[in-house]
Design a protein around this ligand. Structure first.
Ligand SMILES: C[S@@+](CC[C@H](N)C(=O)[O-])C[C@H]1O[C@@H](n2cnc3c(N)ncnc32)[C@H](O)[C@@H]1O
Length: 192
């Protein structure tokens, strides 16, 4: 069934999580025994359903686009995960500004140029020992590789570089970067 949702995402030309990245994501969730997850960037629910399938207790997933959020809710209902996955149709910034929850895992897959702006609030919303897993941090080799930065995305790439530099030097985080899929960072919160 996940294949059908992947097809819906592809048909809508949505950049849903790559197979290799999804496999890694699930592996890290299982290894860390994560039960309470926040996802930024739900699209049509593909990665949220994949995460729900690995025995987690609760997922809050935030999506700014109303149509996508509606499709995600429908997919989640059909898959019988509506008792686990809560789709929030909102701008992640507004959600985070109001957020008082503490998660043990964050899957950051929303607007790439905003990761750096979300960071402090995400750290606040993560438990000690919890993980912030961010996708696309190497963005097609443009962030740290030799690929020239495409026209029109200079600001986004600059912000991804800033995000990497912040998470690598943050006193509350221990970070590793992986050349998996489009580049993944895993930051563990080590102190409050
Ligand atoms: C890469 S897609 C998410 C894919 C999804 N995680 C998956 O693999 O199934 C990014 C999503 O973030 C959403 N998005 C963009 N800006 C956002 C914002 N400011 N707040 C919340 N969601 C946003 C987009 O509409 C898009 O659906």
């Amino acid at each position: 069934m996940l294949k059908d949702i992947k097809k819906i995402g592809k048909d809508l030309h949505l950049p849903i999580t790559l197979d290799e990245t999804l496999e890694f994501l699930i592996d890290i969730i299982k290894k860390n025994n994560a039960k309470n997850i926040l996802e930024i960037g739900c699209a049509v629910g593909y990665s949220a359903i994949a995460m729900a399938q690995c025995g987690v207790k609760h997922i809050d997933t935030v999506e700014i686009d109303t149509e996508r959020a509606k499709t995600a809710k429908e997919n989640i209902r059909i898959e019988n995960y509506d008792n686990i996955i809560n789709v929030i149709n909102a701008d992640a910034k507004n959600f985070l500004d109001e957020c008082t929850n503490k998660y043990d895992f964050v899957y950051l897959d929303g607007p790439k140029g905003q990761y750096v702006n979300y960071l402090e609030k995400l750290i606040e919303c993560t438990k000690i020992g919890g993980i912030i897993f961010a996708d696309n941090v190497l963005f097609k080799g443009m962030v740290r590789g030799s690929t020239p930065v495409a026209h029109g995305i200079k600001a986004m790439i600059k912000n991804l570089r800033l995000y990497l530099s912040k998470i690598e030097n943050h006193p509350k985080l221990k970070t590793e970067i992986f050349e998996i899929g489009d580049g993944v960072s895993i930051s563990k919160k080590i102190k409050e």
